[in-house]
Design a protein around this ligand. Sequence first.
Ligand SMILES: Cc1cc2nc3c(=O)[nH]c(=O)nc-3n(C[C@H](O)[C@H](O)[C@H](O)COP(=O)(O)O)c2cc1C
Length: 208
Amino acid sequence: MEFNDILIKRRAINHFDPNKGVDEALLKAIIEDGAKAPSSYNLQPYKLKVFRDPDEKAALRKLAFDQPKVTEAPVVLMVLADRDGWKEGNETLEKVFTGFVDAGGMQPDQKEWFVGTTAGLYGQSDESAQAFANKNAGLFAMSLMYAASHHGLHTHPMDGFDHAAVKMEFNIPDQYWIPMLIAIGHLKPGAEVYPKGWRQSYDEIVLD
Ligand SMILES: Cc1cc2nc3c(=O)[nH]c(=O)nc-3n(C[C@H](O)[C@H](O)[C@H](O)COP(=O)(O)O)c2cc1C
C-alpha cells in the first residue's frame, strides 16, 4: 500500500472481527517493522506485552472502561514506556552503546560521557524521564499502527484505562509507564467506520 493510502486508511476502528485472528508470524512482522521508528539516541525505551488469552483480555477490559474492542480484537498490545531507558545498566542502552562502539562511532572509554549526556537530558527530574519514555514510546506506537495498516490490519489505540489498576493486575514493573493499549485485528464484516474526524489545517497548526 502507498504510504499516503496508509495515512488515509488508518482509522481507530471500534469493531473487530472476533473470528479472525492475527498469527504469530504476522504479529512479529508488524512489531519488527514498527521498531524501525526513530528514538532519542536510538535508545528505544519501550517494550510490549501481548494479550491474546481471552481471560486476560477480559480482565484488561474490566480496567479499560469496559471497552468491547479489548476482548473483540484478537490481539491487544500494551505499550510500555521505559522511564529508566537512559540509565547506565539498562539492558537496551547497553546494547545500543555496544553497537555504537562496534560500528566505530564511539570508543569504549566514551561510555561515561555517553551516559552523562543521556542522564543530563533525560534524568534531570521525574518529568524529564517520563517525557523521554513517553515521546519515544509514542513514536513507536504510531509506527506499529502504520505497520499494521501496511499488513492489511486495523488498530485502535486506547488510553481509556485505569493506569494504576492495570499495572497492579498485570505486575508491570514500576520503571514502565503505559502510554496506551493498541487493539489489532480485522474489521468486523458490516461494521460501520465513522467518517474521518476534523483535523486542524496548516494555518491552525502553525503558530506565528
Ligand atoms: C493515545 C490515544 C488514546 C486513545 N484512547 C482511546 C480510547 O481509550 N477509547 C477510544 O474509543 N478511542 C481512543 N482513541 C482514539 C481516538 O479517539 C481517535 O484516534 C481519534 O478520534 C481520531 O480518529 P482516527 O484514529 O480514526 O483518525 C485514542 C487515540 C489515541 C492516539
